[in-house]
Design a protein around this ligand. Sequence first.
Ligand code: ADP
Ligand code: MG
Length: 460
Amino acid sequence: MTSDSFTSLSISDEQKSNLESLGYSKMTAIQAESLPHVLEGKDLIAKAKTGSGKTAAFGIGLLEQINPRFFGAQALVLCPTRELADQVGKELRRLVRCVPNIKLVLLCGGKPFGLQKGSLEHGAHIIVGTPGRIQDHINRGTLELQGLKTLVLDEADRMLDMGFIDIINEIIAATPKQRQTLLFSATYPDAINKMCRSILKDPVTVTVESEHSSAIIDQTFYPIKNNDRDEILLALFEHHKPASALVFCKTKIKCDEVASFLRSKNYEALAIHGDLEQRERDQVLVQFANNSCSVLVATDVAARGLDIKSLPAVINYELPHDPEIYVHRIGRTGRAGEKGIALSLFSEREMSRVNAIEDYQQQKCPIEKPEWLKKDPNYQQQSSMVTLQLDAGKKNKLRPGDLLGALTGDAGLKGSQIGKIDIFDTFSYVAIEHSAYRKALDYFSNGKVKGRGVRARKIS
Ligand code: ADP
Ligand code: MG
């Protein structure tokens, strides 16, 4: 039997109290299964879904290996997207804070190369990033991996889906043979299996079953004809009336089409996919997270790692090929004991996918006729908040408290009318209730924040 207390692990006392201060009272299942092997120095293949605590499962392990007095890269974590790398970086920084003088550097595309080069020159112990940019640094001689002890491939299945295999192999070729390799993946297709055989040595495999069960996710499948998809999507909203929803499509183009279609019907829908600029992505995510956009239309890749608490509904506009991806998608709803709904449209040609999902889940997929959906022509899918974008941010030393103070003070808004505040380098976003945003805009057209005029505009 494995213990689920961090105290059972051979890690430093400082880390134990750090974990306690983070509120990590016990290990998650994937941590309890992986950490003992990771700390022994074994190679590892771990299969677990999003939100299971994978970062600490490798983070705690790789930290124990690091020698702060050697100023070279000792751990490298490869992630499929910038958002995921950001998240991993954040979580690792919380784990690192109990060891003095350890430096972590994020290396992702979309950020100035020169700055990253500068950070590397100062010596970095842990590197987190996306394959393309890391390969760039290796090729240009700004990143040296010969002192590497731990290599982590996070969300390996996504990285393969995104076509990173060759780049990853090149990166691995720049690392020492004597290293520990840890591979994390939500699904385990053949391609992963093949890759594992070539890059891991005598690995331990751990699998943690998905925690959600049909008891909290109410799944329904609707047979449709291909050209009915849009109409039935509307009927799903009118019948189920979810407060917000994540809609999955297979391609970027489809995401844009479906989001535009929904907007033409007065839904506050936005699309997110890999073609967006970083700033556009941030803006979409901010709006979805602060409740000013209530429908997000996404590809699997873009949805990976979205830091969204719990969603009332997940809709599969199209079904994925792989039943594991289906289970992964619907795992976004019904979290933490809340009930969620998962609604899937499928054409006759997609029937085999429904069967595969049945086999995978070992339960029947409840099928309902779309004709049974109660349409409601008066239904207005509206989000509760509006997002204002302000032209001041961290660089202007703006903090959430300053905005809150100005809005509840001189502007005369109630605290309850103000939602999430997100501060970026040179601009910020604040969510305000529909009924009050004009008052806030009026205020910003004359009033000041921290003694400075701030321009604001509504973006949702
Ligand atoms: P994954 O990579 O599997 O999607 P993360 O590593 O991002 O998951 O962790 C998900 C969340 O769970 C994070 O907010 C993290 O801080 C939290 N978490 C991780 N381990 C624990 C733990 N043992 N106890 C409580 N919370 C944890
Ligand atoms: Mg993760």
